[in-house]
Design a protein around this ligand. Structure first.
Ligand SMILES: Nc1ncnc2c1ncn2[C@@H]1O[C@H](COP(=O)(O)OP(=O)(O)O)[C@@H](O)[C@H]1O
Ligand SMILES: [Mg+2]
Length: 355
Protein backbone atom coordinates (compact mmCIF):
# COMPACT_ATOMS: atom_id res chain seq x y z
CA UNK A 1 0.00 0.00 0.00
CA UNK A 2 1.25 3.43 -0.80
CA UNK A 3 0.60 6.84 0.71
CA UNK A 4 -0.75 9.84 -1.13
CA UNK A 5 2.56 11.68 -1.29
CA UNK A 6 4.29 8.71 -2.96
CA UNK A 7 1.35 8.20 -5.27
CA UNK A 8 1.43 11.86 -6.30
CA UNK A 9 5.18 11.68 -6.92
CA UNK A 10 4.72 8.52 -8.97
CA UNK A 11 2.10 10.17 -11.17
CA UNK A 12 4.42 13.10 -11.75
CA UNK A 13 7.28 10.77 -12.57
CA UNK A 14 5.22 8.84 -15.13
CA UNK A 15 3.96 12.06 -16.68
CA UNK A 16 0.26 11.69 -15.83
CA UNK A 17 0.37 14.77 -13.60
CA UNK A 18 2.13 18.10 -13.70
CA UNK A 19 3.71 19.18 -10.43
CA UNK A 20 1.61 21.76 -8.68
CA UNK A 21 2.81 23.49 -5.50
CA UNK A 22 -0.68 24.18 -4.23
CA UNK A 23 -1.64 20.54 -4.62
CA UNK A 24 1.55 19.34 -2.99
CA UNK A 25 0.95 21.64 -0.04
CA UNK A 26 -2.32 19.97 0.86
CA UNK A 27 -1.09 16.36 0.66
CA UNK A 28 0.15 16.30 4.31
CA UNK A 29 -3.38 17.19 5.40
CA UNK A 30 -4.66 14.01 3.83
CA UNK A 31 -1.76 12.05 5.25
CA UNK A 32 -2.49 13.35 8.74
CA UNK A 33 -5.98 11.87 8.47
CA UNK A 34 -4.72 8.59 7.09
CA UNK A 35 -2.16 8.25 9.86
CA UNK A 36 -4.85 8.79 12.51
CA UNK A 37 -7.19 6.28 10.88
CA UNK A 38 -4.47 3.68 10.55
CA UNK A 39 -4.23 3.29 14.32
CA UNK A 40 -6.24 0.32 15.56
CA UNK A 41 -9.50 1.28 17.26
CA UNK A 42 -10.39 -0.16 20.60
CA UNK A 43 -14.12 -0.16 20.48
CA UNK A 44 -15.42 -2.05 23.49
CA UNK A 45 -19.01 -2.66 24.40
CA UNK A 46 -19.13 0.23 26.84
CA UNK A 47 -16.55 2.35 25.16
CA UNK A 48 -17.62 5.30 23.09
CA UNK A 49 -16.11 5.68 19.65
CA UNK A 50 -12.82 7.55 19.86
CA UNK A 51 -13.09 11.11 18.54
CA UNK A 52 -12.11 11.12 14.87
CA UNK A 53 -9.23 13.27 13.64
CA UNK A 54 -10.08 16.63 12.17
CA UNK A 55 -11.46 16.21 8.68
CA UNK A 56 -10.66 18.31 5.64
CA UNK A 57 -12.75 20.86 3.76
CA UNK A 58 -10.93 21.44 0.49
CA UNK A 59 -12.30 24.32 -1.49
CA UNK A 60 -11.34 26.45 -4.45
CA UNK A 61 -11.98 27.19 -8.10
CA UNK A 62 -12.96 24.55 -10.62
CA UNK A 63 -10.47 22.26 -12.28
CA UNK A 64 -7.83 22.70 -9.56
CA UNK A 65 -7.64 19.01 -8.79
CA UNK A 66 -9.74 18.88 -5.62
CA UNK A 67 -11.76 15.83 -6.63
CA UNK A 68 -8.72 14.16 -8.13
CA UNK A 69 -6.69 14.48 -4.92
CA UNK A 70 -9.58 13.25 -2.83
CA UNK A 71 -10.07 10.23 -5.12
CA UNK A 72 -6.37 9.43 -5.02
CA UNK A 73 -6.49 9.69 -1.24
CA UNK A 74 -9.43 7.28 -0.98
CA UNK A 75 -7.52 4.87 -3.23
CA UNK A 76 -4.65 4.79 -0.74
CA UNK A 77 -6.85 3.92 2.23
CA UNK A 78 -6.54 0.19 1.80
CA UNK A 79 -8.75 -1.60 4.27
CA UNK A 80 -9.87 1.47 6.21
CA UNK A 81 -13.63 1.48 5.60
CA UNK A 82 -14.23 4.58 3.52
CA UNK A 83 -16.79 5.74 1.07
CA UNK A 84 -16.52 8.34 -1.66
CA UNK A 85 -19.84 9.72 -2.70
CA UNK A 86 -21.24 12.78 -4.37
CA UNK A 87 -22.70 14.97 -1.67
CA UNK A 88 -26.06 15.23 -3.42
CA UNK A 89 -26.37 11.48 -3.79
CA UNK A 90 -25.50 11.00 -0.13
CA UNK A 91 -28.14 13.47 1.03
CA UNK A 92 -30.71 11.75 -1.15
CA UNK A 93 -29.92 8.48 0.59
CA UNK A 94 -30.29 10.15 3.97
CA UNK A 95 -33.69 11.56 3.04
CA UNK A 96 -34.82 8.19 1.68
CA UNK A 97 -33.70 6.49 4.89
CA UNK A 98 -35.53 9.04 7.02
CA UNK A 99 -38.64 8.59 4.97
CA UNK A 100 -38.53 4.86 5.61
CA UNK A 101 -37.94 5.34 9.33
CA UNK A 102 -40.90 7.70 9.57
CA UNK A 103 -43.13 5.13 7.92
CA UNK A 104 -42.18 2.82 10.74
CA UNK A 105 -43.21 5.55 13.16
CA UNK A 106 -39.70 6.25 14.35
CA UNK A 107 -39.91 9.62 16.04
CA UNK A 108 -36.34 10.74 15.53
CA UNK A 109 -35.86 9.54 11.98
CA UNK A 110 -32.35 10.93 11.56
CA UNK A 111 -30.77 8.95 14.40
CA UNK A 112 -31.09 5.42 12.95
CA UNK A 113 -30.02 6.63 9.51
CA UNK A 114 -26.88 8.27 10.89
CA UNK A 115 -26.22 5.16 12.97
CA UNK A 116 -26.23 3.02 9.86
CA UNK A 117 -23.59 5.26 8.27
CA UNK A 118 -21.51 5.21 11.45
CA UNK A 119 -21.59 1.42 11.48
CA UNK A 120 -20.43 1.12 7.91
CA UNK A 121 -17.56 3.61 7.49
CA UNK A 122 -14.81 5.48 9.27
CA UNK A 123 -14.31 8.03 6.56
CA UNK A 124 -16.71 9.77 4.24
CA UNK A 125 -15.32 11.56 1.21
CA UNK A 126 -17.89 13.92 -0.24
CA UNK A 127 -17.46 15.43 -3.63
CA UNK A 128 -18.86 18.89 -4.22
CA UNK A 129 -20.50 19.82 -1.00
CA UNK A 130 -23.07 22.40 -1.82
CA UNK A 131 -26.29 23.18 -0.05
CA UNK A 132 -29.13 24.71 -1.95
CA UNK A 133 -32.07 22.84 -0.58
CA UNK A 134 -33.78 23.81 2.67
CA UNK A 135 -34.52 20.18 3.54
CA UNK A 136 -30.76 19.49 3.39
CA UNK A 137 -29.90 22.72 5.20
CA UNK A 138 -32.14 21.86 8.13
CA UNK A 139 -30.64 18.43 8.82
CA UNK A 140 -26.94 18.62 7.95
CA UNK A 141 -25.97 20.21 11.26
CA UNK A 142 -27.32 17.40 13.38
CA UNK A 143 -26.33 14.76 10.83
CA UNK A 144 -22.70 15.87 10.95
CA UNK A 145 -22.81 16.01 14.76
CA UNK A 146 -24.05 12.42 14.86
CA UNK A 147 -21.42 11.26 12.39
CA UNK A 148 -18.72 12.98 14.41
CA UNK A 149 -19.94 11.47 17.67
CA UNK A 150 -19.87 8.09 15.96
CA UNK A 151 -16.21 8.59 15.07
CA UNK A 152 -16.64 9.21 11.34
CA UNK A 153 -14.22 11.65 9.74
CA UNK A 154 -15.38 13.77 6.83
CA UNK A 155 -13.32 14.92 3.88
CA UNK A 156 -15.04 17.08 1.33
CA UNK A 157 -14.48 19.22 -1.74
CA UNK A 158 -16.40 22.38 -2.41
CA UNK A 159 -16.34 25.42 -4.67
CA UNK A 160 -17.03 27.77 -1.78
CA UNK A 161 -15.71 28.81 1.56
CA UNK A 162 -17.90 27.38 4.36
CA UNK A 163 -19.18 30.88 5.19
CA UNK A 164 -20.71 31.02 1.74
CA UNK A 165 -22.63 27.76 1.98
CA UNK A 166 -26.39 28.06 1.64
CA UNK A 167 -25.88 31.77 1.07
CA UNK A 168 -29.15 33.73 1.14
CA UNK A 169 -30.97 30.47 1.87
CA UNK A 170 -34.28 30.37 3.67
CA UNK A 171 -33.97 30.28 7.49
CA UNK A 172 -30.24 30.61 7.18
CA UNK A 173 -29.80 31.32 10.89
CA UNK A 174 -30.81 27.71 11.58
CA UNK A 175 -27.99 26.62 9.30
CA UNK A 176 -25.23 28.56 11.04
CA UNK A 177 -24.41 25.82 13.59
CA UNK A 178 -23.45 23.63 10.65
CA UNK A 179 -20.93 26.20 9.46
CA UNK A 180 -19.55 26.35 12.98
CA UNK A 181 -19.29 22.55 13.01
CA UNK A 182 -17.37 22.55 9.72
CA UNK A 183 -14.92 25.15 10.97
CA UNK A 184 -14.37 23.30 14.20
CA UNK A 185 -14.19 19.69 13.02
CA UNK A 186 -12.70 20.09 9.55
CA UNK A 187 -9.50 21.78 8.49
CA UNK A 188 -10.65 24.41 6.00
CA UNK A 189 -8.12 24.60 3.20
CA UNK A 190 -8.20 26.61 0.00
CA UNK A 191 -6.53 25.03 -3.01
CA UNK A 192 -5.13 28.12 -4.69
CA UNK A 193 -3.59 26.62 -7.77
CA UNK A 194 -3.41 29.05 -10.69
CA UNK A 195 -4.17 26.28 -13.18
CA UNK A 196 -7.58 25.09 -14.31
CA UNK A 197 -6.51 21.62 -15.42
CA UNK A 198 -9.89 20.67 -16.76
CA UNK A 199 -9.72 23.51 -19.29
CA UNK A 200 -6.14 22.56 -20.07
CA UNK A 201 -7.17 19.02 -20.84
CA UNK A 202 -9.80 20.22 -23.24
CA UNK A 203 -7.53 22.80 -24.82
CA UNK A 204 -7.44 22.39 -28.55
CA UNK A 205 -9.19 19.02 -28.39
CA UNK A 206 -12.20 18.56 -30.66
CA UNK A 207 -15.49 18.57 -28.79
CA UNK A 208 -18.00 18.07 -31.61
CA UNK A 209 -17.95 14.72 -33.37
CA UNK A 210 -19.86 14.02 -36.54
CA UNK A 211 -21.20 11.84 -38.13
CA UNK A 212 -22.45 9.40 -35.51
CA UNK A 213 -20.64 6.10 -35.90
CA UNK A 214 -17.97 3.87 -34.42
CA UNK A 215 -15.32 6.55 -34.71
CA UNK A 216 -17.34 9.22 -32.93
CA UNK A 217 -18.37 6.70 -30.31
CA UNK A 218 -14.76 5.77 -29.66
CA UNK A 219 -13.67 9.41 -29.42
CA UNK A 220 -16.46 10.21 -27.01
CA UNK A 221 -15.51 7.21 -24.90
CA UNK A 222 -11.91 8.43 -24.74
CA UNK A 223 -12.85 11.97 -23.72
CA UNK A 224 -15.25 10.67 -21.11
CA UNK A 225 -12.72 8.26 -19.61
CA UNK A 226 -10.15 11.03 -19.42
CA UNK A 227 -12.45 13.60 -17.83
CA UNK A 228 -14.44 11.41 -15.47
CA UNK A 229 -11.28 9.74 -14.20
CA UNK A 230 -13.03 6.76 -12.63
CA UNK A 231 -16.24 4.78 -12.32
CA UNK A 232 -19.34 6.93 -12.55
CA UNK A 233 -22.72 6.70 -10.89
CA UNK A 234 -26.10 7.93 -12.02
CA UNK A 235 -27.06 11.28 -10.54
CA UNK A 236 -30.69 12.03 -9.81
CA UNK A 237 -31.65 15.68 -9.54
CA UNK A 238 -34.91 16.50 -7.83
CA UNK A 239 -36.68 19.33 -9.50
CA UNK A 240 -40.05 20.32 -8.07
CA UNK A 241 -40.89 16.77 -7.14
CA UNK A 242 -39.70 15.36 -10.45
CA UNK A 243 -36.64 13.19 -10.78
CA UNK A 244 -34.24 14.03 -13.58
CA UNK A 245 -31.69 11.32 -14.10
CA UNK A 246 -28.23 11.71 -15.56
CA UNK A 247 -27.13 8.13 -16.34
CA UNK A 248 -23.47 8.74 -15.52
CA UNK A 249 -21.85 11.45 -13.45
CA UNK A 250 -18.45 11.95 -11.92
CA UNK A 251 -16.22 14.90 -11.10
CA UNK A 252 -18.66 17.44 -12.44
CA UNK A 253 -18.79 15.61 -15.77
CA UNK A 254 -22.05 14.03 -16.90
CA UNK A 255 -22.65 11.66 -19.77
CA UNK A 256 -26.04 11.14 -21.39
CA UNK A 257 -27.55 10.40 -24.74
CA UNK A 258 -29.72 12.81 -26.66
CA UNK A 259 -32.74 10.67 -25.84
CA UNK A 260 -31.95 10.62 -22.13
CA UNK A 261 -32.26 14.38 -22.00
CA UNK A 262 -34.43 15.39 -24.94
CA UNK A 263 -36.56 12.29 -25.46
CA UNK A 264 -38.32 12.67 -22.13
CA UNK A 265 -40.87 15.13 -20.89
CA UNK A 266 -38.38 17.55 -19.43
CA UNK A 267 -38.66 21.32 -19.37
CA UNK A 268 -36.61 24.47 -18.78
CA UNK A 269 -36.47 24.00 -14.99
CA UNK A 270 -35.00 20.55 -15.43
CA UNK A 271 -32.37 21.74 -17.88
CA UNK A 272 -31.45 24.63 -15.59
CA UNK A 273 -30.92 22.13 -12.79
CA UNK A 274 -28.67 20.05 -15.06
CA UNK A 275 -26.72 23.13 -16.14
CA UNK A 276 -26.33 24.17 -12.53
CA UNK A 277 -24.95 20.81 -11.52
CA UNK A 278 -22.57 19.83 -14.30
CA UNK A 279 -19.46 21.55 -15.56
CA UNK A 280 -19.03 19.37 -18.61
CA UNK A 281 -21.81 17.53 -20.42
CA UNK A 282 -20.98 14.69 -22.78
CA UNK A 283 -24.04 14.33 -24.99
CA UNK A 284 -24.19 11.48 -27.48
CA UNK A 285 -26.15 10.77 -30.62
CA UNK A 286 -27.83 14.05 -31.47
CA UNK A 287 -29.93 13.02 -34.51
CA UNK A 288 -31.05 15.11 -37.46
CA UNK A 289 -33.99 17.19 -36.32
CA UNK A 290 -37.15 17.86 -38.25
CA UNK A 291 -40.91 18.03 -37.91
CA UNK A 292 -40.86 14.32 -37.13
CA UNK A 293 -39.12 14.90 -33.86
CA UNK A 294 -40.28 18.43 -33.24
CA UNK A 295 -40.71 18.00 -29.48
CA UNK A 296 -37.23 16.58 -29.06
CA UNK A 297 -35.86 19.42 -31.15
CA UNK A 298 -37.63 22.01 -29.03
CA UNK A 299 -36.25 20.47 -25.87
CA UNK A 300 -32.78 20.38 -27.39
CA UNK A 301 -33.00 24.13 -28.03
CA UNK A 302 -33.98 24.70 -24.39
CA UNK A 303 -31.19 22.44 -23.17
CA UNK A 304 -28.56 24.26 -25.23
CA UNK A 305 -29.85 27.63 -23.97
CA UNK A 306 -29.52 26.48 -20.38
CA UNK A 307 -26.01 25.09 -20.94
CA UNK A 308 -25.01 28.22 -22.80
CA UNK A 309 -26.19 30.59 -20.08
CA UNK A 310 -24.37 28.59 -17.41
CA UNK A 311 -21.25 28.30 -19.62
CA UNK A 312 -21.22 24.54 -19.34
CA UNK A 313 -18.74 22.74 -21.56
CA UNK A 314 -20.46 20.55 -24.14
CA UNK A 315 -18.85 17.58 -25.82
CA UNK A 316 -21.12 15.80 -28.25
CA UNK A 317 -21.63 13.50 -31.17
CA UNK A 318 -24.18 14.50 -33.77
CA UNK A 319 -25.57 13.35 -37.09
CA UNK A 320 -24.43 16.57 -38.76
CA UNK A 321 -22.64 19.87 -38.29
CA UNK A 322 -24.66 22.34 -36.17
CA UNK A 323 -25.98 24.30 -39.17
CA UNK A 324 -27.15 21.11 -40.86
CA UNK A 325 -28.88 19.54 -37.88
CA UNK A 326 -32.24 21.18 -38.40
CA UNK A 327 -32.89 22.25 -41.94
CA UNK A 328 -36.56 21.64 -42.55
CA UNK A 329 -39.82 22.20 -40.71
CA UNK A 330 -41.21 24.60 -38.16
CA UNK A 331 -38.62 26.26 -35.96
CA UNK A 332 -35.68 26.23 -38.37
CA UNK A 333 -35.32 29.97 -37.91
CA UNK A 334 -35.12 29.67 -34.14
CA UNK A 335 -32.64 26.88 -34.52
CA UNK A 336 -30.15 29.25 -36.12
CA UNK A 337 -29.42 30.66 -32.70
CA UNK A 338 -28.90 27.17 -31.31
CA UNK A 339 -26.56 26.29 -34.16
CA UNK A 340 -24.56 29.42 -33.58
CA UNK A 341 -24.37 28.68 -29.86
CA UNK A 342 -23.23 25.14 -30.60
CA UNK A 343 -20.42 26.68 -32.66
CA UNK A 344 -19.47 29.16 -30.01
CA UNK A 345 -19.41 26.46 -27.36
CA UNK A 346 -16.75 24.62 -29.35
CA UNK A 347 -14.34 27.48 -28.80
CA UNK A 348 -11.42 26.40 -26.67
CA UNK A 349 -11.92 29.32 -24.30
CA UNK A 350 -15.56 28.41 -23.77
CA UNK A 351 -16.44 27.95 -20.12
CA UNK A 352 -13.23 29.53 -18.87
CA UNK A 353 -14.94 32.44 -17.18
CA UNK A 354 -17.20 32.16 -14.24
CA UNK A 355 -17.24 28.42 -13.63
N1 LIG B 1 -1.49 18.38 -11.43
C1 LIG B 1 -2.27 17.96 -12.44
N2 LIG B 1 -1.72 17.58 -13.61
C2 LIG B 1 -2.49 17.15 -14.63
N3 LIG B 1 -3.82 17.03 -14.61
C3 LIG B 1 -4.44 17.39 -13.46
C4 LIG B 1 -3.70 17.87 -12.33
N4 LIG B 1 -4.60 18.16 -11.34
C5 LIG B 1 -5.80 17.88 -11.83
N5 LIG B 1 -5.73 17.41 -13.10
C6 LIG B 1 -6.85 16.99 -13.95
O1 LIG B 1 -7.70 18.11 -14.14
C7 LIG B 1 -9.07 17.73 -14.18
C8 LIG B 1 -9.86 18.49 -13.18
O2 LIG B 1 -9.51 18.08 -11.87
P1 LIG B 1 -10.62 17.92 -10.76
O3 LIG B 1 -10.04 17.19 -9.61
O4 LIG B 1 -11.86 17.33 -11.34
O5 LIG B 1 -10.87 19.45 -10.38
P2 LIG B 1 -11.86 20.11 -9.32
O6 LIG B 1 -12.48 19.00 -8.52
O7 LIG B 1 -10.97 21.01 -8.49
O8 LIG B 1 -12.84 20.89 -10.12
C9 LIG B 1 -9.10 16.24 -13.94
O9 LIG B 1 -9.24 15.58 -15.17
C10 LIG B 1 -7.76 15.96 -13.28
O10 LIG B 1 -7.32 14.65 -13.51
MG1 LIG C 1 -14.49 18.46 -8.49
Amino acid sequence: MTDLISLYEARIADGTLTRDDAQEAVLPQFERIRAALSKPVKRGLFRKAPPPPKGLYLWGGVGRGKSMLMDMFVDTLGNIPARRVHFHAFMQEIHAGMHKARQQNVEDALAPVAKEVVNSVRLLAFDEMQITDITDAMIVGRLFDLLHEGGVVVVTTSNRHPDDLYKDGLNRQLFLPFIAHIKEQLQVWELVSPTDYRQNRLEGAPVYFTPIGPEARQKIREVWTDLAGGPADPLVLHVKGRAVELPAFRNGVARASFYDLCGRMLGPGDYLAVAEEVKVLVLEDIPRLSRNNFNEAKRFVTLIDALYEARVRLICSAAAEPEMLYVEGEGTFEFERTASRLREMQDQDWGRQGR
